[in-house]
Write a protein that binds this ligand. Structure first.
Ligand code: ADP
Length: 346
């Protein structure tokens, strides 16, 4: 083994480290490295520990006097592949040249990067569809349909709807980014959520009446005042009720049940529950865990047709996170769905 100061230096660093001598044999490895590669006896050739050609090449470069060199390796983990950024740099002053191999787990960073890329791709796609339609109609209206008043009225109607769709999307994106920004700030003011819910139902009356849907409220005789952001909680209620009306089926009833629960297993304490229950076609179980992902829709065509952006439930989830609450989704095909807002009762 190496001289003691080197060993204790390796041991003090939390990231996996391997020290390799001029002969490409290991001089030392700290505990995080051993956790990764198994017990490593000194003197063992590095190639028997890591076989990645790019890393061995980097080691050659550094031991020949070059470097530092960065490369990546991928290890198969129990649940997922783990990617590491590996930095190989020269260490002088140990009598002869040695190379230090330092590994940083970049799996989470890469996942976030991938989510960001997907998000940008989704937003672009969602915006491009109505934009393409608008551009097409503008071309037709300035060209072939220039002197056709009937066509003009019809096209302007469609253009108006497409523009509204873009407007809704931008509104939801802004609202999502605002909610994300504030996610760490606890709401302070106490608000009566029952009154807020009733106001949301009243505001949606034109929509529910147009669909012939009656909204009934069970419970909630007394006010329930909790620390909450009133704009955001209004948005939670209206997103869920609007979905229940949209997907619950025209002419069917939507029920909102307000209850207090002495102990919610998820929140590990007393809770207030607002369940929005519809009698629509329901959602298959495989979709349930993904419904709150941005742009996830069971039927994208149907959602767009109904003016959906695919962001409503993502916004709901973020708002409830900020309120330390959660959203529970239960659904049975052919019977209906139940979306329950569960908030800590404090
Ligand atoms: P959208 O704007 O598409 O409605 P949401 O985030 O609000 O976006 O909902 C995501 C998807 O979840 C919807 O596209 C729909 O497939 C499904 N969904 C939401 N609420 C209901 C419901 N009450 N009944 C059936 N499906 C629903």
């Amino acid at each position: 083994m190496m001289a003691e100061p080197v060993d204790s230096l390796l041991a003090a660093v939390p990231m996996p480290l391997l020290l390799v001598g001029q002969d490409q044999r290991l001089l030392g490895a700290n505990l995080p490295a051993q956790a990764l590669f198994g017990a490593i006896e000194p003197g063992r050739p590095l190639v028997t520990v890591i076989r990645t050609p790019a890393l061995l090449e980097a080691l050659d470069t550094v031991l020949a006097g070059g470097g530092p060199v960065e490369t990546r390796i991928l290890r198969t983990g129990a649940l997922q592949d783990i990617s590491y950024l590996v930095r190989v740099s020269a260490v002088e002053g140990l009598g002869r040249r040695a190379a230090l191999v330092a590994l940083t787990d970049t799996t989470d960073i890469e996942k976030v990067e991938e989510m960001r890329r997907d998000f940008v791709a989704n937003v672009s796609h969602e915006l491009r569809t109505p934009l393409t339609a608008l551009m097409g109609f503008i071309e037709t209206l300035t060209g072939p349909a220039r002197n056709d008043p009937a066509a003009r009225d019809r096209f302007l109607g469609i253009m108006g709807r497409e523009a509204q769709r873009m407007n809704r999307l931008v509104r939801d994106l802004l609202s999502l980014s605002r909610v994300e920004q504030e996610e760490r700030m606890r709401p302070g003011e106490r608000i009566d959520l029952v009154a807020l819910l009733r106001a949301a139902i009243a505001a949606l009356r034109p929509v529910s009446e147009a669909a012939g849907v009656e909204i009934e409220v069970l419970g909630g005789e007394a006010p329930i005042a909790l620390p909450a952001d009133s704009d955001q909680m209004s948005q939670v209620f209206s997103n869920l009720i609007e979905n229940a009306v949209k997907y619950g089926g025209a002419g069917r009833k939507v029920t909102i049940e307000i209850t207090r629960d002495a102990r919610d297993p998820g929140l590990r304490g007393p809770a207030v529950c607002f369940a929005v229950v519809d009698r629509g076609e329901g959602i298959e179980a495989i979709h349930l865990p993904r419904l709150t992902e941005r742009f996830y829709r069971v039927d994208a065509h149907r959602s767009r047709e109904k003016g959906g952006t695919g962001l409503g439930l993502a916004i709901v989830k973020h708002i409830l996170n900020r309120h330390r609450g959660r959203l529970k989704i239960e659904s049975t095909r052919g019977i209906g769905s139940r979306f329950t807002v569960i908030l800590p009762d404090m």
